[in-house]
Ligand binder design. Sequence first.
Ligand SMILES: Nc1ncnc2c1ncn2[C@@H]1O[C@H](COP(=O)(O)OP(=O)(O)OP(=O)(O)O)[C@@H](O)[C@H]1O
Length: 310
Amino acid sequence: MASTFPANEPLAIHLRGVSKHWGALHAVDGVDLDVPAGEIFGLIGHNGAGKSTLFKMMLGLLAPTAGDIRVAGASITGRGARAARRQLGYLPENVVLYDNLDGLETLRFFARLKGAPLVQCPQMLERVGLAHAGKRPVREYSKGMRQRLGFAQALLGSPRVLFLDEPTNGLDPQAIRDFYATLRELQSGGVTVIITSHILAELQERVDRLAILAAGRLQAVGSVQELRERTQMPLTVELEIAEGDRAGAVAALAQATGVQSEPTDTGLRLQCAREHKMAVLAAVSALGARVHDMKLIEPSLEDVFFGFSA
Ligand SMILES: Nc1ncnc2c1ncn2[C@@H]1O[C@H](COP(=O)(O)OP(=O)(O)OP(=O)(O)O)[C@@H](O)[C@H]1O
């Protein structure tokens, strides 16, 4: 499942044959993956698919049973691993914070652990929209504020590769927008982001590429559009047509394309294979003024996910 990039393309992530077995349980099983620097890359899968285990191995927190892991150009185990880890930022699924520390003290604590400059702490609070709360104890923080503080600690030390495990958990819609805007800014500075989420509609528009993991194995890697095309799922066409014109439209579309449409509250819906899209559009166009409006709906990332992981 490895992708091939030009030889001179710097790779942020390079995995070959990576496995983690706990006895008979193969949590991660023979994963090959390349992620070029500067990508926002999604990792999706059911509960227990192996996402967090793969994250922890890429971060050097968990030793693989087998395989080769290079992150930000260096091996994450053995010689040079310490230097390699300084290039990484990590927001775990459940970030542990100390309730008695305030926001700024929390970041200073993490900065010392990471060897990051303390001067970055107020800047990171500002970056995640918590500048006003820096002196408040973390026990008074809302869920979303705690999550933002967790994100701020992941940004300390200006990492080249960021691992974010369900980072938008507990964030409101505005905070989610701000969060992804920050990711885009980081990306424009060459930072690579590896992100997991169960909210597929949120990832769909925001990742450059993604991987689908099931039972520890990669099922597919590509952009959302590439995966849509690979699953060969049909497109949906919805037409708004006045009630009196619907029967004639059904017959005309069936005759021109062989595709059967079904009635909806406002008109007709039909599904067609991607390769028949232009023929269907031509048939719709031939219906002329009978069609008041039209929507062409691509399969969602959720559809694609179920297509690959079923
Ligand atoms: N320390 C451990 N010892 C034994 N098995 C483990 C350990 N950690 C994880 N596992 C198992 O490995 C498998 C993968 O777990 P992992 O946490 O990586 O899944 P995940 O994809 O992150 O799931 P979720 O979406 O629920 O967070 C699961 O079957 C889990 O029970």
